[in-house]
Design a protein around this ligand. Structure first.
Ligand code: HEM
Length: 189
């Protein structure tokens, strides 16, 4: 039975291609290998895997906290802020990741630098003071670009003053006063 199928296949291949099955299958195998090699030169298998990412929400952050997202920790997303709005720019690692042309903007509010089209370290901040209308317009265009391309994941907030920190600690103390009193008594014993 198997022999009959093989004989029929041989006849069909010979009839249609003029080749013996061994030659025919060798040519097919070579074509497949060539196709894979050529495709591999342009695409990698990863290109076809859809990127599934949970939308991030990191909330309020100070400029100091934002610095941690500058690509130095590969476990963390790459973030960048414009006009105080923080965007997840991880998809553009090539620009903002370590060694990227715009890596200096990662983990920063780059508003002033973008408005002035400057790479000077002293301009990489969120200070808009003294910018001309034209520069503010340039910044607005950057903001539109980022809004369109990246997800906003949070907002920059000013650094807390020592007084605010103390007030927060006290309110935490109030909320947990029952435990606080218990542990104070426990410490006294
Ligand atoms: C010699 C001048 C410059 C050239 C030739 C240049 C070229 C480019 C190119 C080709 C891209 C990729 C565009 C894309 O695929 O979307 C790009 C992106 C970018 N450029 Fe420049 N650039 C120049 C100057 C600047 C300056 C002065 C700044 C700001 C200070 C800047 C900031 C950026 C940023 C932030 C991106 C990435 C935008 C994104 O996240 O999509 N560039 N640039």
């Amino acid at each position: 039975m198997t022999k009959a199928v093989w004989t029929t296949m041989t006849e069909i291949i010979l009839q249609y291609t003029g080749l013996w099955p061994t030659a025919f299958f060798t040519i097919v195998a070579l074509m497949v290998v060539t196709y894979k090699v050529v495709c591999g030169m342009f695409f990698s298998a990863d290109d076809f895997v859809p990127i599934k990412r949970q939308p991030l929400h990191l909330g309020d952050m100070t400029e100091e906290e934002l610095r941690a997202y500058n690509g130095s920790d590969s476990e963390k997303p790459l973030l960048m802020a414009i006009k105080g709005k923080i965007y997840d720019v991880s998809t553009s690692k090539i620009f903002y990741g370590p060694g990227g042309s715009y890596a200096m903007f990662a983990g920063r509010d780059a508003s002033r630098a973008l408005a002035q089209l400057s790479f000077k370290p002293e301009d990489i901040n969120g200070n808009l003071e003294g910018l001309s209308d034209a520069q503010l317009e340039i910044l607005q265009d950057w903001e539109y670009k980022f809004m369109d391309k990246y997800a906003q994941v949070g907002q920059l907030v000013p650094k807390k003053t020592p007084t605010e920190n103390k007030a927060e600690e006290e309110s935490v103390w109030d909320r947990t006063s029952a435990e606080g009193i218990k542990s104070r008594y426990a410490a006294d014993e």
